[in-house]
Design a protein around this ligand. Structure first.
Ligand code: HEM
Length: 422
């Protein structure tokens, strides 16, 4: 008999049910590795009890189950939201318009339109920009010697990347960065939910203005591509475009930023792995994949069941909210050898950091370029990095990572001499 049928919802041990996955503080206060190990082993389909007036939801922790549910857009929908906060609130106002919360034919059509904007030409232009930015910013940071890597490098590169793709003027980058930070994660534990709501609205308003400008005066950027696009002869509305700009900026900024911060933090604590990277005994590609698996910045995404689903010995009822935990799947010992060991040469490394199936991350290529260029610049210009203070962790039930990273770099003079070479 399977574990889940042997043990009803009520019989889950107290210490498991007491872990409140909705509360951002949980991730700072608990040993989550131990929690996920237990869930994978004994409660692969765990019913999270209702908390603080929000409904209960399913927690799926094993790699194979997470993959199967990501792939299944027939029995599960994203249209009632794909992140915990909207799922528990009962819906997403952008459903059917924003790619991540649209399903079926409309999702396919919209994704094809968006992919046009991610053409190889557009991407190679942005990738070149990422390389130039990463090399310049990291060389400068190494020359300064000490600083906060999060503020000086990691928060600038992703926004410049997505900003460049979307055609957001450079003068507005700092303003948007502030808004994306308050709308998704928070540096402050006590940020009110209303602040996040207001920040999201401001982003939408900002993009409404930009869409109007691009309709009047098209440029070579994603917004202009979208204003010129149609689905079956029907042009995209301003609202369609605004929601998708919002999704690109939110999807592309914080996730990449947190991965870069985590990668440098981890390298500062793993001298052997740093040596492998520096000496070139691992490829930049495999180091990038492992950095992405290790960080798993988006801890979870969610769906709503459309029909009853039997899995892992239990039944998800139609209408139930189901959360898929990338954090746990990426440490599943049945898929990854020594999952809690960082191995920059890891192969195979089929991590689930970018999700899977029809909603697989649209920005995965760009995110990989960002992490790869950061690692490359770091190993070229620096001989190592050490922490000079305690990093601050973010408060979120969606993202994980750090918002500050005080470090000291050891310069590599020979590498720095090549900084201007590109
Ligand atoms: C979707 C993670 C970077 C844009 C997703 C999903 C994940 C993810 C897990 C699937 C969501 C779901 O199934 O509900 C990440 C991570 C990143 C990253 C970890 C960086 C390390 C980016 C970038 C962009 C972007 C740079 C934009 C340039 C999107 C979009 C979707 C998406 C538009 C929705 C795709 C769809 O629904 O068809 N991302 N992402 N992401 N991501 Fe990313």
């Amino acid at each position: 008999m399977s574990v889940q049928t042997a043990m009803s919802r009520e019989e889950v041990p107290e210490e498991i049910s007491a872990v409140n996955l909705v509360d951002p503080k949980t991730y700072l206060e608990h040993d989550m590795d131990a929690y996920w190990r237990r869930l994978r082993a004994d409660h692969p389909l765990h019913w999270h009890p209702p908390v603080d007036g929000a409904p209960g939801f399913w927690v799926v922790s094993r790699y194979a189950d997470v993959m199967a549910l990501y792939r299944d857009n027939q029995r599960l929908t994203s249209e009632k939201g794909n992140v915990l906060v909207t799922l528990l609130a009962g819906g997403d106002s952008a459903a059917g318009q924003m790619l991540a919360v649209t399903d079926g034919q409309r999702h396919k059509d919209l994704r094809n339109v968006m992919l046009k904007a991610f053409s190889p030409r557009a991407l190679s232009k942005v990738a070149a920009l990422v390389r130039v930015n990463a090399r310049r910013m990291i060389a400068e940071a190494v020359l300064r010697g000490e600083g906060d890597f999060a503020a000086e490098v990691a928060q600038v590169i992703p926004l410049t990347t997505v900003g460049g793709l979307l055609g957001v003027p450079v003068k507005d980058h700092a303003y948007l960065l502030g808004l994306t930070k308050s709308s998704l994660s928070s540096d402050e534990a006590d940020q009110a939910p209303e602040e996040a709501f207001l920040a999201r609205n401001e982003i939408l308003l900002y993009f409404s203005d930009l869409v109007a400008e691009r309709r009047a005066d098209p440029q070579d950027d994603v917004i202009s591509t979208l204003t010129a696009s149609d689905i079956n002869g029907v042009p995209l509305t301003d609202q369609d475009i605004v929601f998708n700009c919002y999704s690109l900026i939110l999807g592309g900024d914080e996730t990449s930023r947190l991965t870069m911060i985590d990668s440098l933090y981890t390298l500062s604590r793993e001298p052997e792995q740093w040596k492998r990277l520096k000496e070139g005994s691992v490829t930049l590609e495999s180091a990038t994949e492992e950095a992405l698996r290790w960080a798993t910045p988006a801890m979870n995404f969610g769906r709503t069941a459309l029909v009853d689903i039997e899995m892992a010995g239990g039944t998800i009822k139609a209408g139930d909210v189901v959360t898929l935990w990338n954090t746990s799947a990426n440490r599943d010992e049945s898929v990854f050898d020594d999952p809690y060991v960082l191995d920059l040469g890891r192969s195979p490394n089929k991590h689930i950091t970018f999700g899977y199936g029809p909603h697989f991350c649209l920005g995965a290529y760009l995110a990989r370029v960002e992490v790869k260029e950061m690692l490359d610049a770091m190993r070229t210009f620096s001989n190592g990095v050490e922490l000079t203070g305690e990093p601050r962790r973010i408060h979120s039930n969606l993202m994980t990572g750090m918002s500050t990273l005080p470090v000291r770099f050891l310069p590599d003079e020979a590498g720095l001499a090549t900084a201007a070479d590109g």
